[in-house]
Design a protein around this ligand. Sequence first.
Ligand SMILES: [Zn+2]
Ligand SMILES: [Zn+2]
Length: 249
Amino acid sequence: MILQDLVALCVTVAAIYVILLGVYVTTCLVVARLNRHAAKIQPTRQTPLAQIRRDQGQSVLSLGVIATMLGSGHWAYVTLGWGFRPLPGIGGAVFSLAASLVLFDTWFYWLHRLIHSRLLYRRVHRWHHLTITPVAWSNNSDRLIDNLFLQSYWLVAHLMIPIAPWALFAHKIYDQITGVIGHSGYEHGGRWTWPPSPLVGVTHHDQHHQFFRCNYATHFTWWDRMMGTLHPDHDRELRANILRSRSPS
Ligand SMILES: [Zn+2]
Ligand SMILES: [Zn+2]
């Protein structure tokens, strides 16, 4: 029985890893194509090829860590019954997905601020910030310990909210795709992100890499606005980048 459970855990983690890796690579390739008709946010800076190679290699490792956490959480939920049962019906699923988006954004904002503290930054988060002009491939370039802070949500989510496994996985896929787009370095002119939309545009996290002490959230701008950590030029620059992307020179 124990052997069967272990095999099920390994198969779950491996399947999630293959899917996350596939989504990462596919999104990076699609974004690279879309970038040809978009506005570069840091037009005078280029990312060195060695830095891109470093980010690609580290992302392949980090995605394995994330798959292990998400897969272990799922395995514990299914096999051991650890976690809240999901809300009934399609309405319950939509509500729990929305709740998960808000909860993960809150988790990410506060732990991200914590690992920017003097005590933790060098040991935990510095690796990710060595890339000042991010590219799509930079999204998952983090140290293992960095993942334990920001990505362990996927291990314990079932213990915090009643959400169906497929809805949690859909959230992770959304997070993976928007994370890659958020590191692409190009604003793509989405009407969904026009301020004061709560959804982050690419400019939001690009400014985090440029200026370091601002824009800590991942899905929404709410926490940064409420806590005064949104870059003072965020809305103006985002509008300008969106307009440039609609009429690239
Ligand atoms: Zn950071
Ligand atoms: Zn980043």
